[in-house]
Design a protein around this ligand. Structure first.
Ligand SMILES: NC(=O)c1ccc[n+]([C@@H]2O[C@H](COP(=O)([O-])OP(=O)(O)OC[C@H]3O[C@@H](n4cnc5c(N)ncnc54)[C@H](OP(=O)(O)O)[C@@H]3O)[C@@H](O)[C@H]2O)c1
Length: 296
């Protein structure tokens, strides 16, 4: 990093922009210059939270070395284009966004103007702005983009506690999908389990208590020892009849529960195969029973 902090404009300074801005200001990583939101009052509040910066409308943006565009994803490309067309972004500037789903290609108009572009995605939920700066330490950030931009940006994230790692632009969608499986769908899976307990006559608040130890222990073992090592239950034991009964019970109750049971069951069979401590013919039989919901 250069000895004089580079100037940074944040366009779209909501939950993520304020957290990063606060941390960069606190650690004197960037000279935070302009803060621009849809509403000027919101930009003013962001400046108060960050502890520096000048709130302004888009037309009043000054030139800057580095630009963070942290609007909602669907606004990033147009916002970038608007700033380029206003001749605020110059050759050699660095322009980046923090979306997990989008690549630096969203910033093509800035690249065409001679800027270096990148995306750096913190894998963190910035829901509580007040709390977020404390929770940022150790956050993993997937990055891709132009080397001259990354040469400046990855150290600027590391200095506020991030752990940066490269992601290929080609696989960025799958990279983001992976987090959806682990985070959003884990919540959905918990919901499915609670509904199944409820159907079995166990109230939700009791079911929530029942699930806490088994879920936390399973997650901890799977993360420490590997997913196939953490596997327990009827498929891992080769208990064909139990699996068949559960498929049938789900089918009678809710076909979508049976679909989910079957899809995850096939994935579980593939994990059980990796353990090599079960007769493969039992696993073949289990796969057939999992398919039986569609074949009749
Ligand atoms: N939140 C997270 O947990 C999280 C995690 C990782 C990555 N990200 C990424 O971070 C980016 C920002 O997300 P966020 O959650 O911080 O969004 P947010 O809290 O909704 O904030 C978005 C901000 O953008 C401003 N804005 C909207 N359109 C604008 C425009 N055309 N020009 C200027 N400002 C505009 C809004 O202004 P007003 O306040 O005036 O409405 C608001 O302050 C997204 O790319 C998102 O994918 C978010």
């Amino acid at each position: 990093m250069p000895s004089q902090p580079l100037s940074l404009n944040i366009v779209g300074c909501g939950k993520l922009g304020q957290t990063l801005g606060y941390l960069w200001q606190k650690n004197q990583v960037f000279h935070i210059q302009n803060i621009c939101n849809t509403h000027i009052e919101s930009a003013r509040q962001a400046c108060v939270f960050i502890g520096t910066g000048r709130a302004c409308e888009q037309e009043a943006l000054q030139t800057a070395d580095v630009w963070l565009i942290a609007t909602p994803d669907e606004q990033i490309a147009q916002t970038c284009t608007d700033i380029v067309h206003a001749n605020r972004i110059n050759a050699g500037n660095i322009v980046f966004h923090c979306s997990g789903a989008l690549t630096s290609a969203e910033l093509t108009t800035a690249q065409q103007a001679g800027a270096y572009t990148a995306s750096l995605h913190p894998i963190m939920s910035f829901s509580e702005t007040e709390q977020a700066p404390r929770g940022f330490q150790g956050t993993f950030c997937g990055y891709e983009g132009d080397s001259p931009a990354l040469k400046v940006l990855t150290p600027s994230f590391t200095r506020i506690g991030a752990q940066c790692f490269p992601v290929s632009a080609e696989h960025k969608v799958l990279y983001h999908t992976a987090a959806v499986f682990a985070s959003n769908y884990l919540t959905a899976l918990l919901e499915q389990s609670l509904r199944t307990y409820e159907k079995a006559g166990i109230p939700r608040h009791t079911a929530t208590k029942i699930l806490r130890p088994i879920m936390t222990q399973t997650l901890s073992t799977a993360l420490e020892q590997g997913t196939h090592q953490a596997l327990t239950g009827p498929i891992q034991r080769g208990d064909v009849e139990t699996v068949a009964k559960q498929v049938e019970a789900c089918q009678q109750w809710d076909p979508s529960a049976a679909d989910l049971y079957s899809i995850l069951g096939h994935l579980t069979v593939s994990l059980a195969k990796k353990r090599k401590d079960l007769d493969p013919s039992l696993l073949t039989e289990i796969s057939a029973r999992l398919n039986s919901k569609t074949t009749g």
